[in-house]
Design a protein around this ligand. Structure first.
Ligand SMILES: Cc1cc2nc3c(=O)[nH]c(=O)nc-3n(C[C@H](O)[C@H](O)[C@H](O)COP(=O)(O)OP(=O)(O)OC[C@H]3O[C@@H](n4cnc5c(N)ncnc54)[C@H](O)[C@@H]3O)c2cc1C
Ligand code: FES
Length: 262
């Protein structure tokens, strides 16, 4: 466990906030796709931590988390001023692997999925494409940061308020036509229905080596309580087994994601 002082904690956009913690030890070890488990100071229920993807780390020991206020924990976090000290565990979880020099990374993200994949984009040796989707424009975050990192950003919203009107996965077939002949490595992070649809698409089109971050409600964060299990494919009678997203994930290959009947 590490104690980390909040350096800044400000609104990013609508209900999304950006918190920066001074935690040099965690920053030094962080790989893209990993998360921190935060004991939020001043929260009534002080025992349960809340998991947040590490969106960025700096050489100066600043770790950035982008979070959406959805309940009590995130609401209390949003009210914490700079100078507050929180307890952070991390970096936790299995990271994304970086694309090879001959692979074009295509990141498919929804909601805070762009925060969870930003460090991957920043560290990627090849700059690729971000397909970013949301219900409406209010939930599209960090597109400018990906563009600044050299990514070609394409947007989709279900209400048509920005970009393509429809689901973000609908941007994939035209992209595959456009990039025919190039070796693509897919990455995904976002709401579960989007990830299941993405995993199915990747499995059916020969992109099973794509990597998908399956976030789930968590408790211990270190593999001890089994609160965070998801079904993944297995070579047994049922065709699946439970895997702990905090320890065996959150990143799984698309081929591992169990999509039958989901
Ligand atoms: C590995 C991992 C990384 C995450 N990274 C981020 C991040 O970068 N930014 C961010 O905003 N959030 C992230 N989350 C989700 C975040 O942990 C939850 O939103 C937070 O714990 C909610 O706490 P709360 O007390 O405010 O809400 P609660 O009162 O605990 O829950 C409020 C609502 O949010 C839902 N919820 C809680 N956790 C999750 C979850 N994991 N997935 C889907 N719905 C959930 C609950 O079911 C409930 O409906 C991540 C979750 C995991 C497991
Ligand atoms: S949260 Fe306890 S095992 Fe994953």
């Amino acid at each position: 466990m590490t104690t980390g002082e909040i350096v800044s904690n400000t609104i990013l956009k609508d209900s999304y906030y950006k918190a920066e913690f001074f935690v040099p030890d965690i920053c030094a070890e962080t790989q893209p796709g990993q998360f921190v488990h935060v004991k939020i100071a001043n929260l009534r229920d002080r025992i349960l931590r809340r998991p947040f993807s590490i969106s960025d780390v700096s050489g100066k020991g600043i770790l950035t988390v982008i979070y959406k206020v959805v309940g009590e924990g995130t609401e209390v976090l949003a009210g914490l001023p700079a100078g507050t000290v929180c307890d952070l565990m991390g970096p936790l979880g299995k990271p994304f692997s970086l694309p090879l020099q001959n692979e074009l990374p295509v990141i498919v993200a929804g909601g805070y999925g762009s925060a969870a994949t930003y460090l991957l984009a920043k560290r990627s040796p090849v700059k690729g494409v971000l397909l970013l989707g949301a219900r409406s424009e209010a939930d599209l975050i960090l597109s400018e940061k990906f563009a600044a990192a050299g990514f070609d950003v394409r947007l989709a919203t279900q209400d048509g308020s920005q970009g393509h009107k429809g689901l973000v996965t609908e941007l994939i077939p035209p992209l595959l036509k456009e990039k025919a002949g190039q070796k693509i490595r897919f990455y995904g992070c976002g709401p579960t229905p989007m990830l299941i649809a993405l995993a199915k698409m990747l499995q059916q089109n020969g992109f099973g080596d794509g990597e998908i971050s399956l976030d789930h409600l968590m408790c211990c964060g270190v593999g001890a309580c089994f609160a965070c299990v998801v079904k993944i494919k297995a070579d047994n009678e049922d065709g699946w087994r439970y895997a702990r997203t905090c320890k065996e994930g959150p990143v799984f290959t698309a081929d591992d994601v169990y999509t039958d009947g989901e």
